[in-house]
Design a protein around this ligand. Structure first.
Ligand code: SF4
Length: 310
């Protein structure tokens, strides 16, 4: 790669007179040994999976295997179309789509990790809703995915992108930064503006802990994806309006590393702290364990029955 930081990325873009997505596409092809066309096709297939997940999640009442979550995407999608919704429909749609993909993940459906499965809803939420709103082509969206990929590459190489390493700021935070920067470029913003959007977005999630109830990527992960999509839209708008990240985005990424490294283990995906250890969180974990035990003994009983009828 010709860049390791966002500053270097923006500089390469200026030097070569190319957008971020183009630099990423070229460098990724060089590194993988595949042609840019092959890289493009692969990314386009990922976008297809994202759209499928949005459509599946938005129309489903199905609960997750644990029974803890499901159907919220559909609820939000319907509510935000009503007049009394506080969000205008487009923003509500981004939020609903992000919830949808995250619910599909919780029910073991097909998603694309962007950058992880836990944060898989933010980018599709922002991308698919923006495509519908602005009438963009799939190819334009693929450009956006390469741009998001470049941002994710920088974050991953300088900080964290997983909750186990750096808390939820590393998963949901990174996804918001990637979506915000990419949306700026999709809307015609400069590489410098896209980089500012990343910093603006990441600052807003610094310190966010990873505390999934029962260790399942459901509570609070799914709603955090929904909020994440809304934050990404806001960060992109701020950057396009000319707001700059006073602390350079690369320095914000370093702060994420510092904060994540200082985070206690109980707040890094172990489910030993935060929401996972509230009285209700503990009750949910207890209930899940009982349900598991019950279904195990029912299965065993059935196996014994089948055996005795042979
Ligand atoms: S709480 Fe943890 S598992 Fe859930 S989305 Fe955040 S980082 Fe991922």
């Amino acid at each position: 790669m010709r860049f390791r930081t966002l500053k270097e990325l923006a500089q390469v873009c200026v030097n070569e007179g190319k957008p971020i997505y183009r630099i990423m596409l070229e460098d990724q092809a060089k590194e993988s040994g595949r042609t840019p066309e092959q890289e493009w096709d692969k990314m386009k297939s990922y976008y297809g999976i994202m759209k499928e997940a949005v459509m599946k999640g938005i129309s489903s009442d199905k609960t997750s295997r644990s029974g803890l979550t499901g159907g919220d995407a559909k609820r939000v999608f319907e509510y935000t179309r009503k007049e009394d919704s506080s969000l205008e429909p487009f923003t509500g749609m981004a939020m609903a789509y992000a919830l949808a993909v995250s619910e599909v993940n919780a029910s073991m459906g097909r998603i694309v990790a962007t950058p992880t499965a836990g944060s898989c809803g933010v980018i599709p939420g922002v991308f698919v809703s923006s495509q519908e709103r602005f009438g963009w082509t799939d190819d334009h969206m693929v450009e956006g995915l390469f741009c998001a990929g470049a941002i994710g590459y920088v974050i991953a190489n300088n900080s964290f992108i997983s909750g186990a390493e750096g808390g939820c700021q590393a998963e949901i935070g990174s996804a918001i930064g990637m979506a915000a920067g990419a949306l700026v470029e999709l809307k015609g913003g400069t590489p410098a503006q896209a980089v500012h959007a990343v910093g603006l977005a990441l600052k807003n999630t610094l310190g966010l802990i990873c505390d999934p109830v029962g260790g399942l990527v459901e509570i609070p992960c799914i709603v955090r994806n929904g909020f994440g999509a809304v934050n990404a839209l806001a960060a992109a708008d701020m950057a396009l309006a000319g707001v700059q990240s006073a602390i350079p985005s690369d320095e914000v990424i370093q702060v994420m590393l510092e904060v994540g490294s200082a985070m206690p283990d109980i707040h890094r995906e172990t489910a030993r702290g935060g929401l996972a250890q509230t009285p209700t969180g503990k009750q949910i974990i207890k209930q899940l364990a009982q349900d598991k035990k019950k279904s195990r003994s029912e299965r065993k009983e059935k196996e014994n029955d089948d055996e005795s009828h042979k």
